[in-house]
Design a protein around this ligand. Sequence first.
Ligand code: GLC
Length: 749
Amino acid sequence: MKTKLLLLSCLLMATSLAAQPKLNEKNIPEVVKAMSPREKALLVVGFNNACEGYSPGLPGTAGLTHPFPQYGIPSVVMMDGPVGVRLEDRFTTCFPTGLLVAASWDRETAARVGRGIGQETLDMGGDVILAPGMNLLRNPLNGRNFEYFSEDPLLSGSIAAAYINGVQETGIGTSAKHFAANNQETNRLDGDARMDTRTLRELYTRGFEICLRESAPWTVMASYNYLNGEYTQESYGLLTGILRKDFGYEGLVVTDWTGKRNTPLQLHAGSNLLMGGTYSQTEHILASLEDGSLAMEDLDFAATKVLELVTKSVSFRKKDFKAPLKTDLEAHAALARATAAEGMVLLKNEGALPLSPSKVALFGVYSYDLLPGGNGAAFVNCPYVVQVNEALKGAGFSTDPGLEKLYKGYAAFAEADLTLNHKVNVHVGRPQKPELEITRSLLERVEKEADVAVITLGRVSGEARDRILGKDFLLQEEEVNLLENVCELFHAAGKKVVVVLNVCGVVETASWKDLPDAILCAWLPGEEGGNAIADVLTGRVNPSGRLPMTFPLDYFDIAGAEDFPYNFVSEKANESAVHPERRGMDPKNISYTDYTEGIYVGYRHFVTRGQAVSYPFGFGLSYTTFAYSRPTVKLSGQRVTASITVTNTGAVAGKEAVGIYVHAPLGSFAHKPERELRAFGKTRLLQPGESQVVECSFPLRDLASYNEALSRWETAKGSYTVYFGANCQAPAASLPLKLSKGKNYTSKR
Ligand code: GLC
């Protein structure tokens, strides 16, 4: 009897298994139909069994989806992050961070980094890299600015799209994040970003809109924060109204790594995959189906989106992929080096650069302990970091062994001190080391034996906390003393001083930039950063980076400067949420942040106000000079095409980035920014005397402003001015453009 029962149950199991459809690209509705509510509830919530041993993802994998072998559904493996694959137990290439990639003003540079990271994700068994981070740089103190791209939505969106296309060419998916208005880390889980609709549309969703016009990221990540009183992950207006209906997005929306919130509301709003995933969310889905607070169609839509993602994934399409090639890490290191040099910005050069091999006095702890990247989800286990001192020695310079011994010993001490005494959680990455005081007598001895001085100043930041004004944005006393003393001694001896900024974003420069002879902004340049810095300092690479954001004279010159937690120091390291007991204590900029500046972020504020800055958006020097000639602008149909001839009028080869800014008449609007970036391009490497026509075209509707009363974009009839040049404050040429009539556009693209 027992045998018969056993046979019968095996037969039933076999038939039911046989009855279950095996997933393919064409039968997703059938599979969704065949899955039970519990199976669907598991599918749309991150697979938390990973902790129970089964996990196709390597240690450090950010998230997985639930596998269903019975339907031929594998886990989709999602890994961080924007500057390289973040894994706990192995090295991967640490590429330069987002700011530097954007500072290249070059889509191909972004695409090359994307391809490199895609390839390494493939090698590591991943399906999706959770990148690019592309939130707007609303305020220079946001802890994650280093991962992002720009204060301008066009530069952000276009660089993001190029990166996405690069990654997805390798068969790996991406995640455009964090949608939307995740512009501070303080209380990032529960802070409410409050802004008017025009600001949201023209700035904070605009970069994503442009990105989705130029690429098709497999996923978009819904951010942690509130937006105007709603969690973005629960906002139907944002995730379905704007993202899907207006932007036409057809991929999957994955939540940032929250725990259980209002699960049915998330699914109804358009969050399709709830990451990192807890069983309580799965149970909440089933209970919500029972009590009617969740419609099966919302669950089915989410399940459909997850299965669409599955069918794109390498894990599903393994058969289409040759065994992943072992990434050529040397080639990727060379790519990281070339990229880093492409995005560095030369801010000042008065007869100091390029340097010829000589005896260099290298000051600053970060000359010996370079910051390759930032912290948190974008942290990468570098196989190595090329230090400035090593790279300069490799380039034929001799350095001061005494200084080297002193700084290396100090760097090791500082790291131990921070880790042991100050309990800095190195999981989130590299601690910020205070600068070392150098005695006058040592300075005098070193100066006598050196031909030139180089000082590297560093700033690192990361996820879950913002930078603060006093001890981060401003130079510290020991840094200022070092700068002043080195400049005094070396200048007295007729020798040059060069400052290298190894920084996670904007720092104060106005108060000290007159001291050194040259300033190179090297950002967080990845594992090959030292070599790239040496390449630029020696002229092996002529710098062609342009600032993707404004360096103000003073922090409080920034519009909305007071509407940011610029001095909020959380007691606990890495505290991201303000704990309930603090909530009432300091609500402004913590529990909520008013975007009082509206659309006037960065150059939109400074140029419109005619306010001086330390270094403007789009600024950057070269070792050569360029002339602009023969500007043209034409309107054909619904597209504007602008072109300009760029000629290298100097003595060395170089590249020039070109921005196209447009001034629009007010039309029915009470105010508009004086000018806005509408297109950009970059020349190839031009030899001395060589010219290139840089031509950019963009949709006429990009000249529109958002009329929130009528929920539509509007271009005004009248006279426009088209400016040519990357530097927003000093265009190299301009031409008029007349629109004989204005045009209204629905909010749909
Ligand atoms: C983090 C970050 C996000 C990251 C995700 C997975 O909290 O906000 O950028 O991709 O969780 O680690």
